[in-house]
Design a binder for this molecule. Structure first.
Ligand code: NAD
Length: 500
């Protein structure tokens, strides 16, 4: 392993301190009604970073009433769309100004390399908010040429109170995908952050208020899923729910929503995405792209290209080069320069990944690299590569959400289409080929929400993202995301003089 960058036993002191550890309700920082807190931990060491207010049912109730009041009586849905747009834009500017601090919080809480927080995640978050600031004053209905003496128009109206539940893998980016469109469409929001990573979103929400956001429009509740999360999903006064997380939890929130007030739910769930290396591929380029497709963000991406299918003609060379690349991967303290991979987010994920790796070895896959923890402190895992993976192995089916590449051999296109589509998931796919016919055939045949051809993880604000099958429903980002947060009202007016 890349030993010059290996030191993890002596963690670097983060260049930031925790300013906000309470709930943000109705524009005010408050403790949980119960007075309870929970520790958020540093994945480099398992040590406590800070104690954070533990929101529960009563706090969700308070936050939802603040959001309700802000929607029913407050200025937010009544101000001009241009004024709303300017507040969102001002917030994006403030966020950009505070990039270093928020990026450091993100890295400390989540474990991702600081360079990636500061150069990728926070800038993308800023971009998302600017994109939605741009939408706020461009949302409008249609006139409809109905039969009969009627003037028909549609009004696009906000739902009201949007409840949102986000995961820990990209805390700020997930915050932006949820909050950006909801606010641009004129809704008010209660968002529950992930218990592993509560620090950055509440900081950002504070900046939103500095940018002029009225009180109660954006409320942030930290806390656990079965308590605070479930309270939000089952709340009778939440008009719309958006969830990102695992497929199992997605089923739970959908049930809670249906058992309460039947609020519409959009879901962004798990994946087991294929990355297909075709026979014409330049092997070095394919190895590099497939490596980043699976290892980026410690492998903690819903769309990780975690099934690498390689054509038999280039398979042997590919496997050896993929192994060499994994061994070269710079693992270490995420605050250190040049680091590609930090620790996994917490001990649960760490244990789960090691368990799945062990099952891979046991089931007869060929362990080419890694396979164990990295160092002796925290939740670091060696970049791991398996070859000769068979479709029925656990490592081929289960979402690992860790730095583990599984390589499969294939012979022809029909076969790889069938095997790619055999997953219960359908989030994304990568295709590596310069053959136009192959690219067209694959991109049309794969049952997934995103196809990346000769690229991967391209997450522009304007590109819609979401899943087929058990990877979820609805699309985030882009123009498609607006419909998640808008009701369509048809207004039919009888015409007195239909001749005109
Ligand atoms: P998770 O489902 O355990 O948690 C996600 C969120 O749901 C957290 O805020 C959690 O507190 C909350 N939650 C948990 N139980 C709940 C309950 N009973 N009621 C209401 N809320 C509850 O998922 P995770 O392990 O934190 O995140 C990883 C998963 O998220 C992976 O499966 C990954 O694929 C998926 N993910 C998907 C996307 C996407 O866009 N499709 C993006 C990121 C992560």
């Amino acid at each position: 392993y890349n030993s010059t960058l290996a030191a993890v036993e002596d963690p670097i002191t983060p260049p930031v301190s925790v300013k906000y550890n309470q709930l943000l309700i109705n524009g005010q920082f408050v403790d949980a009604a119960s007075g309870k807190t929970f520790p958020t931990l540093d994945p480099r060491t398992g040590e406590v970073i800070a104690h954070v207010a533990e929101g529960d049912v009563e706090d969700v109730n308070r936050a939802v009433s603040a959001a309700r009041k802000a929607f029913d009586e407050g200025p937010w849905p009544r101000m001009t769309a241009y004024e709303r747009s300017r507040i969102i834009w001002r917030f994006a500017d403030l966020l950009e100004k505070h990039t270093d601090e928020i990026a450091a919080l993100e890295t400390w809480d989540n474990g991702k390399p600081y360079e990636q927080s500061a150069k990728i995640e926070i800038p993308m978050t800023v971009r998302i908010f600017r994109y939605y600031a741009g939408w706020a004053d461009k949302i409008h209905g249609l006139t409809v040429p109905a039969d009969g003496p009627y003037h028909v128009q549609t009004l696009h109206e906000p739902f009201g109170v949007a409840g949102q539940i986000i995961p820990w893998n990209f805390p700020m980016l997930m915050f932006s995908w949820k909050v950006g469109p909801a606010l641009a469409c004129g809704n008010t929001v209660v968002i529950k952050t992930a218990e592993q990573t509560p620090l950055s979103a509440v900081y950002a929400a504070k900046l939103f208020h500095e940018a002029g956001l009225p009180d109660g429009v954006l409320n942030v509740v930290s806390g656990f899923g079965p308590t605070a999360g479930a309270a939000l999903a089952s709340h009778m006064d939440v008009d719309k729910l958006a969830f990102t997380g695992s497929t199992d939890t997605g089923k739970i929130v959908l049930e809670l929503a249906s058992k309460s007030n039947l609020k519409p739910v959009t879901l962004e769930l798990g994946g087991k995405s294929p990355f297909i290396v075709c026979e014409d591929a330049d092997v070095d380029q394919a190895v590099e792209l497939s490596h980043s497709a699976v290892f980026f963000n410690q492998g903690q991406c819903c769309c990780a290209g975690s099934r690498t299918f390689v054509h038999e003609r280039v398979y042997d060379e590919f496997v050896e080069k993929a192994k060499a690349r994994a061994i070269q991967r710079a693992v270490g303290d995420p605050f250190k320069e040049g680091i590609e991979q930090g620790p996994q987010v917490d001990s649960d994920q760490f244990e789960k990944i090691l368990r799945i790796i062990r099952s891979g070895v046991k089931s007869g896959a060929n362990l080419k690299a890694g396979g164990d923890r990295f160092g002796t402190t925290g939740y670091y895992i060696q970049p791991t590569v398996f070859s000769d993976v068979q479709d029925d192995m656990l490592i081929a089916k289960e979402e690992i959400f860790g730095p583990v590449q599984s390589i499969f051999k294939f012979k022809d296109l029909d076969e790889v289409i069938q095997r790619s589509n055999s997953s219960r998931y359908g989030l994304a796919a990568g295709i590596f080929t310069h053959n136009l016919d192959t690219a067209n055939t694959l991109s049309r045949a794969l049952k997934v929400g995103t196809v990346w051809i000769n690229c991967y993880d391209v997450f522009d604000a304007a590109i819609p993202f979401g899943g087929y099958k058990m990877s979820g429903n609805g699309r985030e980002k882009g123009i498609y995301s607006l419909s998640n947060y808008l009701q369509v009202k048809a207004v039919v007016t009888s015409l007195k003089n239909p001749a005109w």
